[in-house]
Design a binder for this molecule. Structure first.
Ligand SMILES: N[C@@H](CCC(=O)N[C@@H](CS)C(=O)NCC(=O)O)C(=O)O
Length: 266
């Protein structure tokens, strides 16, 4: 049995859900509402002491870190292999999976915090957010989170992150030239594609696809990714997408009685 602790609008969880879909695996869902600090509750910290998602439990074995979970699933369930046989292509796959984690993910966190998380203050109101923050075991961190989401948009940081992002995309464009495409590592669709796809999905959802203006091969590859059935299946359900440029907050206060972990659009 496979159990996945996740929240829908998380690129790391999107990656794991896509691998599960590629392998045609059924999984039992444990939804984590980050806005309510479920991931800092003792029950979840017993599974994942870092209080981050995703976590996957397979036949009683707990696995953490989306990239490691993705490789584990690919090794354990060989149907539809997602790792190239050629050692150079395999190293390239791991290199891009690493770049996603080490460099691209932190950039989209900066952009998302500024352009998405800050909308929570208006939608929920500070009183509700303060109430939920009482569930956080580290009140200094909870206060820091509240301060950050109620701060004005830091456009300079968003622009700087965007600039760095285009630098990585120019490198990815060169990778497509070197591999010959259509996938990151060439002929073989791999975990590199599945690692990078959700990052591009977030850029799309932030309405910042113009960051790809100088990289036509990346644009073409991303379009191809969005057509993959497993990628569609792994993508966040719209009701669970956080508010952002493509999903404005509703014209009303959102209460704690809404469907769990959802972000209502009306
Ligand atoms: N390197 C980790 C990163 C996990 C991570 O940061 N997950 C985010 C969601 S994408 C999270 O749990 N954020 C909650 C928090 O930081 O409070 C992985 O790939 O699994």
């Amino acid at each position: 049995m496979i159990e996945l602790y996740h929240f829908w609008d998380s690129p790391c969880c999107f990656k794991v859900r896509t691998v599960l879909a590629e392998k045609n695996l059924d999984w039992q869902e444990h939804l984590i509402a980050s806005v309510q600090f479920d991931h800092f509750q003792p029950e979840y910290q017993a599974i994942n002491p870092h209080s981050i998602v995703p976590s996957l439990i397979h036949d009683g074995h707990v696995l953490m870190q989306s990239g490691i979970i993705a490789e584990y699933l690919d090794e354990t369930f060989p149907e539809n292999p997602l790792t190239p046989k050629d050692p150079v292509a395999r190293a390239t796959m791991r290199q891009w999976a690493f770049e996603e984690q080490a460099y691209l993910f932190p950039l989209i966190v900066t952009m998302s915090f500024n352009l998405m998380m800050t909308l929570r203050e208006k939608a929920y109101g500070m009183d509700q957010l303060r109430e939920w923050s009482k569930r956080h075991p580290d009140q200094a961190r909870a206060q820091d989170y509240l301060n950050r989401i109620s701060s004005p948009l830091d456009q300079k940081s968003v622009d700087e992150a965007g600039k760095k992002f285009t630098w990585y995309m120019a490198r990815l464009e060169k990778q497509f030239e070197a591999s010959g495409g259509p996938w990151v590592c060439g002929e073989t669709y791999s975990l590199a594609d599945i690692s990078l796809g959700p990052i591009l999905d977030r850029i799309d959802y932030l309405d910042m696809l113009d960051l790809l203006d100088g990289t036509p091969k990346v644009v073409e590859w991303y379009r191809r990714m969005t057509e993959c059935p497993a990628f569609k299946k792994g993508a966040p359900l719209f009701e669970y997408r956080m508010w952002g440029p493509k999903k404005p907050i509703p014209d009303r206060r959102v209460g704690s009685d809404e469907p769990y972990a959802s972000f209502p659009s009306a």
